[in-house]
Design a protein around this ligand. Structure first.
Ligand code: UDP
Length: 568
């Protein structure tokens, strides 16, 4: 029997279990994991016999059933169904012609329809007011096209189950950059987009040196306008503080780690930022549940290694059985075979090990752990390459000729927004959001209530006044001011907003050091956070070689996905 938490069951029933003709779930969670395991292991037939297929079906089923590893949502939803699209992440090109813009929009709609998310860099589009020779009119600029993409996304629910997620990027030297930076201002603007400014090292140096900054026409490369770089930077910081957007993506850092630089530059990421991709590339993700990777108060390195090996094979198999939205995506995905193995349950693992999140010890373990995951993932990808051959573009990659790998990238840290609910653990590498919280439902206004299980276990084991403690936790979502709890316990159970933004970033940077792709991380800021805090964090992220950064300021106004406490 698969053991699942109530919230997990509710999410599965609504969106993941196959429905019968009556519209109600026609599949048990166990059957779901079987369907997925069998569907993915079918890829094994290409290299082995029926026995191999059956063995891997069992291994894949077993890791999912134990909630030790889960693939991204589209794989859980669509394997073995007519939808058949299994990847969460796509990047599409945006070229400066009406025909190509609307062709990309169509491709995006079809990707959303089956549960994928899309990223775009709009910097090739001519600026607002530029002549359009075919019509004799004037161009409306990148932001106006983003609004069209946004409206389309709102109407195409992903797989009928979530609304289309997008990443929109504009480079800091585009003439429309100021309009872009404040594009989220005003209620309801670009709701289906995360937006990020594409930042180069040259821009950061201009900001540090207070130098002027040229905005350049993307087609004729003429300087259209010159701004104070510091002024542009302050606009970015101000909007990020007020609206949580724009984030930054660091193009030169991404390029310096591009596994296939000979094939061209990477100038965009998927919606949550964890996978930088070239146009038409797709990537499928999966995450290991770290809360299942401890044994007797220590990291279960052996269990972790075994799970990594199964997970990498699973993700490589996904590329084989995946149904691609169009031939271009299929071709480049086959040629680079990018996969992204990541983690969830990091905060829960730290609690099990007795290490508070905001300590050097936690950050050092983050590095050590991700280094291990990276090395073992590469070892598994190498073993697969020996039998299945390296990825077809290997000879054009940084790995040629010394390291034959099956996959151009192996690791990525995704937000695990839904699969962490299914696995009943903390999301990704985030600290606990709260000890008690309500999660706004993605599709309607229902809420899911969650009380941290580890905290409850601790209370029942060590305290008599559980009810009065819980009363206070329900109110605030935290335990920091409950003086009847010992100080080390209050430190161990600190939540996202009680942890300073610098510690959030330190975890992101530690995981990034050993991640091929990128790390999706929300740096939570208190409501009182100042302009200077964001200014420093954004600079620190660049200095420490993060590939991108996003902040989120807590605000009592506005609709959030997660709400602290369960009262009120
Ligand atoms: N994603 C999406 N729509 C959503 C949530 C996620 O398209 O509503 C895509 C997006 O590319 C994101 C990736 O899925 O970066 C992974 O997100 P997450 O880990 O939260 O997905 P899960 O597998 O937990 O549903």
């Amino acid at each position: 029997m698969v053991k699942l938490a109530d919230n997990a069951l509710m999410v599965l029933k609504e969106r993941y279990l196959q429905k019968g003709t009556s519209g109600s779930a026609d599949e048990t969670p166990e059957e779901l994991f079987r369907r997925v395991a069998r569907g993915i292991a079918a890829a094994e037939r290409k290299w082995g016999g029926e026995k191999e297929v059956n063995n891997w079906t069992e291994s894949f089923f077993e890791v999912m059933k134990r909630l030790a590893f889960l693939p991204n949502s589209p794989t859980l939803m669509n394997t073995g169904t007519v939808a058949g699209q299994l990847s969460a992440c796509f990047v599409l090109p945006v070229v400066d012609s009406l025909e190509s813009i609307f062709s990309t929009l169509k491709q995006a709609a079809l990707i959303h329809q089956k549960g994928g998310g899309t990223g775009f860099n709009f910097s090739q589009l001519r600026p607002k007011g530029d002549p359009v020779y075919t019509s004799g009119g004037y161009a409306s600029g990148p932001v106006s096209f983003m609004k069209i993409f946004d409206a389309a996304s709102a109407h195409v629910k992903q797989g009928g189950k979530r609304s289309g997620a997008n990443m929109g990027i504009l480079n800091a030297d585009h003439p429309d950059i100021e309009e872009f930076i404040s594009a989220k201002k005003g209620l309801g603007n670009l709701q289906n987009f995360n937006i990020s400014v594409g930042i180069t090292d040259a821009f950061m140096k201009a900001v540090y040196g207070n130098a002027p900054w040229d905005l350049i026409h993307p087609n004729n490369r003429k300087v259209i306008k010159t701004l104070e770089s510091g002024n542009l930077w302050n606009q970015i910081v101000e909007n990020a503080l007020l609206y949580g957007d724009p984030g930054l993506i660091f193009l030169d850092t991404i390029h310096s780690k591009n596994p296939t630089p000979g094939l061209g530059k990477i100038n965009a990421t998927n919606p949550c930022g964890e996978v930088p991709l070239m146009p038409y590339e797709s990537c499928n993700l999966g995450s290991i549940n770290l809360s299942k990777m401890t044994i007797g108060g220590s990291v279960d390195w052996f269990g972790l290694e075994k799970t990594i090996d199964i997970a990498i094979r699973f993700l490589d198999d996904v590329i084989e059985v995946n149904q691609y939205p169009n031939p271009k995506i299929r071709k480049i995905t086959y040629r680079n075979r990018k996969i992204g193995l990541g983690v969830m349950g990091w905060a829960e693992m730290l609690i099990k090990l007795g290490i508070p999140y905001d300590t050097q010890e936690a950050v050092e373990l983050a590095s050590r752990l991700m280094h291990f995951i990276q090395e073992k993932s590469k070892a598994s990808s190498r073993s697969l390459a020996m039998i299945r051959g390296p990825f077809p573009n290997w000879e054009k990659s940084i790995y040629y000729p010394n390291e034959p790998l099956r996959n151009a990238t192996c690791t990525s840290i995704a937000p695990t927004g839904t699969i962490s609910v299914i696995a009943d653990t903390s999301s990704s590498i985030e600290p606990l959001f709260a000890l008690a919280y309500q999660r706004m439902h993605v599709l309607n206004d229902d809420t899911l209530t969650t009380v941290n299980r580890q905290f409850l276990d601790y209370l029942y084991e060590h305290h008599h006044d559980v009810n009065s403690i819980l009363e206070s936790v329900f109110e605030k979502g935290t335990c920091d001011d409950i003086t009847s709890l010992p100080t080390p316990i209050r430190s161990l159970f600190k939540t996202a907003l009680e942890i300073s933004p610098e510690w959030h970033l330190k975890h992101q940077v530690a995981f990034q050091r050993y991640t091929d792709n990128a790390v999706s991380k929300t740096i939570n800021l208190p409501e009182s956070a100042s302009h200077n805090v964001v200014d420093e964090l954004y600079k620190m992220a660049w200095e420490h070689k993060a590939k991108g950064i996003t902040v989120f300021r807590n605000s009592p106004k506005g609709k959030k996905v997660l709400n602290l406490g369960v009262k009120g």
